[in-house]
Write a protein that binds this ligand. Structure first.
Ligand SMILES: [Zn+2]
Length: 265
């Protein structure tokens, strides 16, 4: 579980955590600074800065990120295989195969049922929600490619060719923000054509198009002669005394959270 998701559950109980969540989810540096400045607890501020702002803040992250605030995919796989990890290696691999077969089949079926241009749960709903708000904004043409969009708040300067906007949502999500949609409506362009192909239903279906087949019984395997002579030994490793660990080892920065689940630090 990402640190933001952990704090989200508690955000309603402590205003500081609410400010943290809003700072973490801000796209613009100005918004980030506004929310972060409201965290008036020195211990919390020091902890968050020491944890590296780039790791939990959208505004400071160098790459592109949709809405997932954790980068450790291993933890996600680890948690779904928690019980299978005690099995012998061959059974563990069977469990992993079965899990992937199930995930691929479910996603393939969902993609086939969908009729929208973009993935229903991702870009499509987000884009549709923005269409109405964008229709009420004023668009001012600056030059052939740049438009200033007045939204009654911080406004947005859209560069349609570069697919960017000063609100940074268009840049980071690769999905037209409300300002870019307002420009599309102003120019009578299709906003869907400015969404990254990663959001399309076609890409979604293509990603899960392949089927995963079970490993056949070993009696049916066709093994080349040169491989039959190879003797594969387990890796050299030192077996430590005592029971094998079933709990994962916490990542850097997580230690204090596990020790004191009620507090922030
Ligand atoms: Zn924008």
């Amino acid at each position: 579980m990402g640190c933001v998701e952990f704090f989200l559950g508690q955000a309603m109980r402590d205003p500081i955590l609410g400010y943290f969540v809003r700072a973490a989810k801000s796209y613009r540096l100005a918004e980030f600074n506004r929310h972060f400045s409201r965290i008036n607890n020195d211990r919390v501020r020091t902890y968050l800065l020491r944890a590296s702002v780039q790791k939990w803040s959208r505004a400071h992250f160098d790459g592109r990120r949709y809405n997932v605030m954790t980068t450790n995919i291993v933890e996600s796989i680890n948690s779904v295989l928690q019980f299978a990890r005690i099995l012998p290696v061959l059974h563990l691999i069977d469990e992993i195969t079965n899990l992937l077969v199930c995930w691929f089949r479910q996603r393939r079926e969902l993609a086939m049922k969908s009729h929208s241009t973009l993935c229903a749960d991702l870009g499509e709903i987000k884009l549709r929600k923005t269409l109405d708000a964008a229709s009420r904004m004023n668009v001012v043409k600056i030059n052939e490619v740049e438009y200033n969009v007045l939204d009654g708040d911080l406004n947005g300067l859209v560069h349609l060719q570069n697919r960017s906007c000063t609100c940074r949502k268009f840049d980071l999500e690769q999905l037209p923000c409300k300002h870019a949609i307002a420009v599309c409506q102003h120019l009578k362009l299709n906003p869907y054509s400015f969404a990254s192909s990663y959001y399309t239903r076609a890409t979604w279906a293509a990603v899960y198009a392949e089927s995963i087949y079970p490993v056949p019984p070993d009696g049916t395997w066709v093994i080349p002669e040169n491989l039959k002579k190879v003797k594969i030994l387990p890796p050299l490793c030192k077996v430590m005394p005592g029971r094998r660990k079933t709990q994962r080892i916490a990542s850097k920065g997580e230690e204090s959270r596990q020790k004191n689940a009620q507090g922030v630090v």
